[in-house]
Design a protein around this ligand. Structure first.
Ligand SMILES: Cc1cc2nc3c(=O)[nH]c(=O)nc-3n(C[C@H](O)[C@H](O)[C@H](O)COP(=O)(O)OP(=O)(O)OC[C@H]3O[C@@H](n4cnc5c(N)ncnc54)[C@H](O)[C@@H]3O)c2cc1C
Length: 400
């Protein structure tokens, strides 16, 4: 029998697992993180930190480190290819609700590095690189994790396990939790280029979503690069979509003449809308992509995952310190799963529909929602609260 350790185990050192680790260690809870990779990932993925998330990360001492590698986006705009700007929102209008009235455009991998630097010398923090979680089993007092390293396998038991091991979560599989939802037929292509679109497109903000029935796209700027994302039809093979000449044609389609620019990175990925049937099974929990995945329109995937980690660890620390009973951990599932379905999934699906809208009725509906949001101060603030993911936190807090 494996002896139980007075710790919380976390599978996965991505942005969500590392946020959970930082929160627990900050509350005096010893943590072991099992990371399958040999180092922290530097993959180019999410690049948006919302105001609500920046507030949470500031409490961990991490926002300052991110700001050094990011760009502040005070405005967000919607455009159409044929009409120009449809609506422009200014996060300053909700400056009374957040300490960070802007989106920070910064690569997600910066966060794991910043958090690792904050944690690495803390005696309550252990990170095992090259250790893949293969499975888990639980009994009345703890969870046993089976992990594999290059030259060995191991079993260790702790009081709780947080599955932050991404979309193909082994923890979710071991718990037998369904990942319900669907996969979009189209894939998304991301092209990163130093070409300065703002010099060529009048009034382009560094976060701009462009509606177009033929090829919607978005522009996001991070330090030194613009990212353009656009859909790839189901019929096109992956290698054709990743072909350099095709990438150039896409950039030319977005802005005539841009196709001559250097393309630094090309990423093609399949997009899903899926939510785990439950985020909790007794002493084991799912957070981040292990619990939910969605399309990136609105930048809500990683941010929602960080919100999960903050919610769960707040409750876990209270259980650890004897302030609440273990059964109250069910609140995590009720609050976070509800807002994942009601806010993140609905909003990201609607965002995609709005940008690709082909019928006159759908296009008019999108424009009238934008105009209504801008018509009154209350409407603008409510819209911005949804964009900034403050509304979903308010909704979660009201669930008991
Ligand atoms: C190509 C791409 C582009 C994206 N772009 C955007 C975007 O623009 N906006 C947005 O909001 N979101 C985007 N996302 C989603 C965003 O990156 C995720 O929501 C975010 O990474 C979730 O963080 P996480 O920590 O939950 O999972 P991950 O970042 O996937 O981290 C999981 C960690 O667990 C480790 N791991 C996996 N399996 C095991 C195991 N069995 N044992 C131990 N460790 C394990 C992995 O090595 C990794 O370090 C994108 C995703 C992809 C794939």
């Amino acid at each position: 029998m494996v002896a139980i350790e007075e710790r919380v185990f976390i599978a996965g050192a991505g942005p969500v697992g590392m946020t959970a680790a930082a929160r627990l260690v900050g509350s005096g809870v010893p943590v072991t993180v099992f990371e399958g990779g040999d180092d922290l990932s530097t993959e180019s993925r999410a690049s948006t930190f919302h105001p609500s998330t920046l507030d949470m990360l500031e409490d961990l001492g991490a926002t300052q480190g991110l700001e050094r590698h990011g760009l502040r986006a005070r405005y967000l705009q919607y455009r159409s290819k044929s009409e120009g700007i449809l609506a422009r929102f200014d996060f300053d209008e909700i400056a009374d609700l957040t300490r960070h009235p802007y989106r920070l455009q910064c690569e997600q991998w910066r966060l794991t590095r910043v958090l690792y630097d904050l944690l690495k010398d803390d005696p309550n923090f252990e990170l095992l690189f090259g250790h893949s979680v293969e499975g888990c089993a639980q009994d009345h007092d703890g969870v046993t994790v089976n992990a594999r390293a290059v030259d060995k396998t191991m079993s260790r038991k702790a009081r709780f396990l947080i599955g932050a091991d991404g979309a193909s979560s082994k923890v979710r599989a071991a718990l037998g939790i369904e990942f319900e939802g669907f996969t979009w037929p189209d894939r998304f292509l991301v092209l990163s280029t130093p070409f300065d679109f703002s010099e060529q497109i009048p009034d382009l903000d560094i976060v701009s979503y462009v509606a177009d029935p033929k090829q919607w796209h978005f522009f996001l700027k991070i330090p030194g690069l613009w990212r353009v994302m656009l859909p790839i039809s189901a019929e096109m093979p992956d290698d054709a979509a990743l072909d350099e000449a095709y990438g150039r044609r896409c950039l030319d389609g977005v802005l005539a003449g841009a196709g001559g620019a250097e393309i630094r990175h090309r990423t093609l990925y399949r997009v899903h809308q899926r939510v785990a049937k439950t985020f909790r099974d007794k002493r084991a929990f799912l957070v981040g992509d292990a619990a939910h995945i969605n399309n990136p329109l609105g930048g809500m995937g990683m941010n929602g995952g960080i919100h999960d980690a903050v919610n769960l660890t707040g409750l876990l620390a209270k259980v650890w310190n004897g302030q609440i009973d273990i059964e109250q951990l069910g609140l995590y599932d009720r609050q976070r799963r509800t807002v994942t379905l009601d806010a993140v999934q609905k909003q990201t699906i609607q965002n995609k529909k709005d940008l690709e809208a082909a019928s006159a009725a759908d296009q008019a509906d999108f424009r009238s929602r934008l105009h209504r949001a801008l018509a009154t101060e209350d409407g603008t603030r409510a819209y911005l609260e949804r964009l900034a993911m403050l509304a979903s936190l308010k909704q979660a807090a009201a669930i008991t």
